[in-house]
Design a protein around this ligand. Structure first.
Ligand code: GDP
Length: 473
């Protein structure tokens, strides 16, 4: 209806054009970007989309090669529950107080920075362990983590969430370092874990593979220093660099309302330098930096690349994963923030559309579809393997099939978030989504397909990849 009135044509004409494209739409239905373009073209119009993120291109000052200097790595710790993520984060936080600054860390602000002994280097840790937070940020488009540490208790084994963590890290393209924890325990056997990883095609360096590992105890601190040195080594390979001499850009880690201080926002500066007095824009809110403080509550005047910092002075609370920018003037920040708020209201909360099986044919026809990411959940290992193998074999020159995650169990929120972050579809074999995963999938517009016969699953994906899938209504 809206499109019809914009083009000044009858709404039935638009509907019948959609029908001729094989889509049966209702008068109030919202069309995705590609459909809008195609339909408008039929009527001789060209559509220009205005996205809230579009201004960022101008906001982030471009870098030239000579302005880039090394920055410290940003690390997330993942792993199965009770394998020691929190203990490791706490141990590192307690023992590595930044050189020259006395006093332990007193507050949790969502991230902290540590300085290794002998000036070996700094590392920034995101303080919310686990792959859910990591992937939720990624689903919002935030790329924050450079390196992932996956903790595996050596007196236990590779567990479902270990596998999930590996999948999530790999889907993000983040290098992994394995920490075999609880080595102080009598039953600890790191080699057993190495073997299990090898069984998943993950070869650790001691066995000739590419993954660094460290045997540690988050309780006694044994091996933790070595682990951190390996993180720095990995970071060196990544050649992480940023320009500190420009207006700051970065990501919101968390934000909350504090009774005395107003909105308190923790941001991670990723490039440039954030200073007290800077006009700031984050998500749909703006403000001016009134004060900056570090994780020990100490006031600081500025924060450079890879530094987490608490900001006072935002007018509203942005969401974790939102990008932040320093703007030239406060007025500019406010205007963009207001525009984004308005756009968000107009366009509904989500503007991004994820891949569905029905859509593959259309994207193929347009010629911009190269990879099909699939998450496979099933009731037993055997059928998951069989299904995954057959799906992989469907790959052909034009489309590559990637199984970005496969696991036993019902379809969870975490699967949906991974699908959203990686633009994947989810296949459930003899399993169903949990109630909350189903809701989240609706919200995130993730295609979940349920099958009870392997042959059906393969045939349907195959048909979709050939652009032959009969649409379902
Ligand atoms: P998380 O769920 O992965 O964050 O795990 P926690 O850090 O909460 O640890 C789970 C339990 O294992 C706690 O009781 C810890 O005290 C214990 N733990 C963690 N690391 C070690 C370790 O290296 N050695 C021993 N003996 N216990 C540990």
């Amino acid at each position: 209806n809206e499109l019809a009135s914009m083009m000044d044509v009858g709404v039935t004409q638009v509907i019948s054009t959609c029908m001729s494209l094989g889509m049966f739409v209702s008068i109030n239905q919202r069309l995705d970007a590609e459909t809008l373009s195609i339909v408008a073209e039929e009527f001789g119009y060209e559509i220009e989309f205005v996205k809230p993120e579009d201004e960022e291109v101008n906001l982030d000052e471009p870098d030239s090669e000579e302005n880039l200097i090394p920055r410290s790595p940003i690390v997330t710790i993942m792993g199965h529950v009770d394998h020691g993520k929190t203990s490791l984060l706490d141990f590192i936080r307690k023992t590595n107080v930044i050189a020259g600054e006395a006093g332990g860390i007193t507050q949790h602000i969502g991230a902290y920075e540590v300085q290794l002994a002998d000036n070996k280097g700094k590392i920034t840790f995101l303080d919310t362990p686990g792959h859910e937070a990591f992937t939720a940020m990624r689903a919002r488009g935030a790329q924050v983590t450079d390196i992932v540490i996956i903790v595996i208790a050596a007196d236990d084994s590779v567990m479902p969430q270990t596998r999930e963590a590996i999948n999530h890290a790999q889907a993000a393209g983040a290098p992994i370092i394995f920490a075999f924890n609880k080595m102080d325990r009598p039953g600890a056997n790191a080699d057993k874990v190495r073997e299990q990883l090898a069984g998943m095609n993950i070869l650790v360096e001691e066995w000739g593979g590419k993954y660094q590992t460290a045997e540690i105890s988050a309780k006694t601190g044994m091996g933790v220093e070595l682990l951190l040195e390996k993180v720095l080594l990995e970071a060196e390979l990544l050649e992480l660099r940023a320009n500190p001499n420009k207006r700051a850009v970065g990501t919101v880690i968390e934000a909350a309302l504090d009774k005395g201080r107003g909105i308190v926002t923790t941001v991670l500066v990723q490039a440039g330098t954030l200073r007290v007095g800077d006009p700031i824009l984050a998500g749909c809110y703006s403000g001016r930096v009134k004060a900056l403080s570090n994780e020990r509550g100490a006031r600081i005047d500025f924060a450079g690349p890879s530094t987490p910092v608490q900001v006072l002075g935002m007018q509203g609370a942005p969401t974790a994963g939102d990008k932040f920018n320093v703007t030239e003037t406060e007025v500019e920040a406010r205007e963009i923030a207001n525009k984004r708020l308005q756009l968000q209201r107009e366009q509904g909360l989500r503007t991004q559309k994820h891949i569905t099986l029905d859509e593959i044919g259309r994207r193929l026809a347009i010629g911009n579809f190269k990879e099909l990411n699939i998450i496979v959940k099933g009731d037993v290992d055997g059928s998951i393997e069989a299904l995954s193998d057959s799906l992989l074999k469907l790959s052909k020159d034009e489309i590559q099939v990637n199984i970005i995650s496969k696991a036993v169990g019902q379809i969870s929120d975490s699967d949906v978030l991974l699908a959203s972050a990686s633009d994947a579809i989810i296949i459930g074999f003899q399993v169903r989504p949990s109630a909350s995963a189903r809701k989240l999938a609706e919200q995130e517009q993730i295609d979940i397909r349920l099958y009870s016969i392997i042959y059906d699953a393969i045939n349907e994906i195959k048909a979709a990849m050939e652009g032959m899938l009969a649409p379902t209504y």
